[in-house]
Design a protein around this ligand. Structure first.
Ligand code: 8YV
Length: 326
């Protein structure tokens, strides 16, 4: 008998076809976000789940899914999944590392340029009908070339952003839980700094770390005060890493030059103060959203789910210590 799988959000037809070749599939192709209660009810009789990073998979939900053997995240970040609770219940958890690295790095660098050169502010100015023609001191911004880029989180994506920064002749400093080896530092032309020293030195600070209780509000009022007055903050990692209340206050009083955000505390809700500000670029969590990359993410998640249900040990297993349910 084929295992039963829930796909919690709309995916591509090819992903459904891949799953249906090996599983009985129920997919939310209407893409209406399930409540926690609806998700638990849908998973009560399932063997596997392909879920989005917006779906909360916690102990309370897992206790209502006695057959569940695998939770397969469509995304590299997995703070939405209580992996310890999965392991305790014999549930495998997987993510999709690697396939989105370059798309997220591309988008991150696009946000760097947009914020430094005030691109969205300029577009809004034009769209609002206020433009009276070009003049010398219009929309003066900061040059990207030659600026110092500070990368907090020098994993795959951080190192891909560093490669892009080299093409713009930027100086690169980074902070990471573990310092890179000498060869990787040399290859990325980057220099290690403590978090505080990076914040004091960088013209542009980019956040590329996972969210966890340890990184909650890693950037708050204190850290924003350390930044250079003309500096820019870019967050494409996770909402909650930045204290958005403190960031709104710092942007309002011009404590830093600007920001670019793709993620927010409590998204899809976000701090209304951002909407009043011209010195912030806003986008709706789309850093990985190129079509090829989102297809690769969904298909990788499907392959992880199928492997877990048919072979027992999937690629990209987040809890290899798990004794999976029979
Ligand atoms: C989202 C992301 O997963 O991969 C991640 O961790 O944050 C994004 O790629 C994306 O919204 C797909 O659901």
């Amino acid at each position: 008998m084929k295992p039963h799988v829930l796909v919690s959000r709309e995916v591509f037809d090819e992903t459904i076809a891949m799953l249906e070749a090996r599983c009985e599939v129920e997919s939310n192709q209407a893409d209406v976000r399930y409540s926690s209660e609806e998700l638990a009810a849908k998973l009560a009789d399932k063997d596997g789940a392909v879920v989005s990073t917006a779906d909360r998979i916690d102990a309370a939900l897992l206790d209502r899914c006695p057959r569940l053997k695998v939770v397969s995240n469509v995304g590299v970040g997995y703070n939405n999944i209580d992996v310890v609770a999965c392991t305790a219940r014999g549930v495998m958890a997987t993510n999709t590392p690697g396939v989105l690295t370059d798309s997220v790095a591309d988008y991150t660098f696009g946000l760097v340029i947009a914020a430094c050169r005030r691109m969205t502010e300029a577009e809004n100015h034009l769209r609002s009908g206020q433009w009276g023609g070009t003049f010398l001191k219009q929309m003066l911004g900061m040059d990207v070339h030659g600026a110092t880029l500070g990368i907090i989180g020098m994993g795959r994506i951080g190192q891909a952003v560093a490669r892009r920064a080299r093409g713009f002749d930027m100086r690169i400093v980074y902070h990471n839980r573990a310092r890179l080896d000498a060869a990787s530092e040399h290859e990325s032309r980057s220099a290690y700094r403590s978090k505080d020293d990076l914040l004091k030195e960088a013209d542009v600070v980019v956040l590329l770390i996972p969210y966890s209780p340890e990184t909650h509000h890693l950037i708050g009022a204190r850290e924003l005060e350390l930044m250079k007055p003309g500096a820019i903050l870019v967050n494409v990692a996770r909402g909650g890493i930045v204290d958005d209340e403190a960031l709104v206050a710092a942007l309002r009083r011009g404590r830093i030059r600007g920001a670019a955000l793709d993620v927010y505390e409590n998204e899809p809700r976000f701090h209304p103060g951002f909407l009043e500000l011209k010195n912030v670029v806003l986008s709706p969590h789309i850093a990985s959203a190129s079509e090829p990359t989102r297809k690769a993410m969904a298909n990788t998640a499907a392959r992880n789910c199928i492997a877990a249900l048919t072979e027992g040990r999937p690629p990209n297993l987040l809890n290899p210590e798990v004794r999976a349910r029979a």
